[in-house]
Design a protein around this ligand. Structure first.
Ligand SMILES: [Mg+2]
Length: 217
């Protein structure tokens, strides 16, 4: 297998906590609103894009409040930075595909520390008066159709490896050549018969990728 390209979801995959759920719970509508939105999604009465927009709109705090809370309470999977470094040394492209926001991802994955990383995500415009506004990459139900960059990579002849955990990753898991899944994405893959490898932490993913893709130097 030549030309591997690693793609990863951000919230709940690279971070241990979903930053959107965290912010809506702590600074926005609170746990009851987040639970109600989750119910509407499960019942098929709300798409993810509108759900994220509603959660962000419920926040009327300055962005700095979010920055301090996120920095204090949300952790990255400690295995992600080693995986990113390994991809860089192996010249394997690594792309973050997120239904969340550049402004939040940049706090955790600054360009200076992760120069090799490409990030595809939505834009957030914090506004204390109107609630935080979202600008999505596309008009699909997901706000960011992760299958678009995956299909483009496959067309270029790349072998696509996708790592994810949740709802926004389902379509991507159906398109990628290979899937690493945890949490509800693993359940979805099992139910749909999508071939996948279950993982809990990035160090497991890195070990498996090293075994199969490490170049002889
Ligand atoms: Mg996720």
């Amino acid at each position: 297998m030549t030309n591997p390209h690693v793609f990863s979801d951000f919230d709940g995959t690279i971070t241990e906590t979903d930053t959107l759920v965290f912010l809506a719970t702590r600074l926005g509508g609170g746990p009851q609103m987040v639970a109600a939105i989750g119910r509407l999604i499960r019942e098929g009465n709300l798409n993810l894009r509108d759900a994220i927009a509603a959660e962000m709109r419920s926040i009327r705090h300055p962005f700095a409040d979010a920055v301090s809370l996120l920095r204090a309470e949300v952790r990255l999977d400690p295995g992600f930075a080693p995986l990113a470094r390994w991809c860089q040394t192996q010249a394997i492209p690594l792309t973050v595909l997120s239904a969340g926001f550049h402004q939040l991802i940049d706090l955790f994955l600054p360009r200076a520390e992760f120069p090799h990383l490409q990030i595809l995500a939505n834009e957030l415009k914090p506004n204390e008066e109107t609630g935080w506004q979202c600008s999505f990459r596309d008009r699909t139900d997901w706000g960011h159709d992760k299958t678009v960059p995956l299909r483009a990579a496959r067309k270029r002849g790349e072998y696509t490896i996708f790592i994810g955990d949740g709802l926004s990753d389902r379509a991507a898991a159906e398109v990628a050549d290979e899937v690493f899944a945890k949490h509800s994405l693993a359940e979805y893959c099992r139910a749909q018969g999508i071939r996948h490898r279950e993982f809990q932490r990035f160090d497991e993913v890195l070990t498996q990728l090293q075994e199969r893709f490490q170049k002889e130097i």
